[in-house]
Write a protein that binds this ligand. Structure first.
Ligand code: 7TS
Length: 414
């Protein structure tokens, strides 16, 4: 039984008050809160197992190395990758996408094309835009409809035999819209293009199976899925990782660095997968925390996580629309979406509204949510965003709606 009330007990921070009110944390698309088990696992690591990995033969290093490798295996199984060798740990989603852009994207030429969509987070547009300026290829922008859903007709027209990469988010961080990755994968692969999926907002909230979806690359962040900051994941198909060139060089990623006297040069070979892409001392404790976070989510079941958030989003859509002067964006109730609701209230700036909600202990994000092109496309200067997770409840939504109702009444009187 999925029970948000008992889940809440696992999150120490949810006992806090802010401005004299119990906190209502509705900023989960930015980062999630952490359960006690994740905090404890990281504390235990530093108290009992801390050492550098892949280097020494002593006991602590062996233990730390085992934990670090086990974390790769746990993540691989979470997304149904073929093996842990397809899972590269990086800093976050942003670094994972930059790694793809540098390592694979830097081979692009002026005849090539890359397609991104107008609903991307900046971290899945700006690396490609920057690269397009260096490599002189054409970057195309797939349109989004007025309700925030992807314009698949436009996508179909844009992808051609010149397309090398299709870069698309699985779930929009502004509207919660879920893109049909299987459909996009088919289109991309029919044209011999590679598909990069930004899973920052899907991996934490719904089942994600890289094989079923047919993705070539998948990027996501630990901190949005109950884990610590400073660690994220790049999944890539083994053949791609085998033939790809690393983007960071140094210790840990090499097998041999041999000085050949008669050549006056080095013979260098790269390490096995995935270590070839993990130069330098990695975030070992972060990996331990991420492993525990993944275990926590798997105990709940990702299907249950998704259903809870979808139901909460449907309830919130219904309730928020009751409030006078509120405009909600994104598709209607008939469209499947994750638990993210963007809105505005007439006569009040999004940051002011977020500050007012904060007075009552309610944390929402306001502004452009690092998705300025999408706001432009939807004709918005900015928006307020409530984003839910496993520990949010209908009562919390009711409380926000009550406060919005009071504000709306107050604004009407003035
Ligand atoms: N992609 C998507 C879809 C995101 O929502 C975010 C972060 C990122 C990439 C970048 O993740 P990072 O871990 O590398 O920073 N989104 C948000 C947000 O919506 N509010 O704050 C961060």
């Amino acid at each position: 039984m999925f029970d948000p009330y008992s889940i809440r007990e696992d999150f120490p921070i949810l006992r806090r008050t802010v401005n004299g009110h119990p906190i209502i944390y509705f900023d989960n698309a930015a980062t999630s809160q952490k359960p006690r088990s994740v905090i404890d696992a990281m504390k235990k690591f530093y108290e009992e197992n801390n050492a550098n990995i892949h280097r020494a033969v002593h006991t602590l290093s062996q233990e730390a190395t085992e934990l670090y490798e086990e974390a790769h295996k746990e993540v691989a199984s979470f997304i149904n990758a073929e093996s842990y060798e397809e899972v590269v740990f990086v800093k976050n989603t942003t670094e994972a996408i930059n790694l793809v852009a540098y390592s694979w994207g830097s081979r692009l030429n002026p005849d090539d094309e890359v397609s991104v969509t107008l609903m991307e987070h900046h971290s899945n547009i700006v690396p490609w835009w920057t690269l397009s300026k260096f490599r002189n290829f054409k970057l195309k922008y797939v349109d989004v409809k007025g309700d925030g859903t992807l314009n698949y007709e436009d996508l179909e027209q844009q992808i051609t035999e010149k397309t090398r990469f299709v870069c698309v988010t699985h779930v929009s961080n502004v509207t919660g819209v879920i893109n049909d990755i299987k459909r996009i994968s088919k289109l991309a692969h029919e044209n011999d293009a590679l598909l990069l999926v930004d899973g920052a907002q899907s991996a934490p909230h719904m089942p994600v199976d890289v094989k079923k979806l047919g993705v070539d690359f998948l990027a996501f962040s630990s901190h949005k899925m109950l884990g610590p900051t400073g660690i994220g994941v790049l999944y890539a198909r083994r053949e791609l990782l085998e033939e790809g060139e690393p983007f960071l060089f140094g210790g840990g990623m090499i097998k041999d660095v041999c000085y050949v006297q008669n050549k006056g040069d080095l013979d260098v070979s790269w390490n096995e997968l995935p270590w070839k892409f993990e130069a330098g001392t990695p975030n070992v404790c972060g990996a331990v925390g991420l492993m525990e976070a993944v275990r926590y989510l798997r105990r709940l079941g990702m299907e249950n996580v998704y259903i809870h958030e979808r139901n909460l989003a449907l309830y919130a859509l219904e309730r928020i629309e009751e409030v006078g002067g509120i405009r909600v964006y994104g598709p209607g109730k008939e469209t499947e979406r994750c638990g993210i609701i963007p809105f505005n209230m007439t006569g009040i700036d999004s940051h002011d509204l977020a500050l007012l909600l904060d007075q009552f202990g309610i944390m929402v994000r306001s502004g452009l949510h690092c998705a300025q092109p999408l706001h432009q496309r939807l004709g918005l200067k900015s928006s307020v965003r409530a984003s839910f997770y496993i520990y949010n409840t209908r009562e919390e939504v009711d409380r926000m709606v009550d406060i919005l109702n009071n504000l709306s009444e107050g604004l009407k009187r003035h």
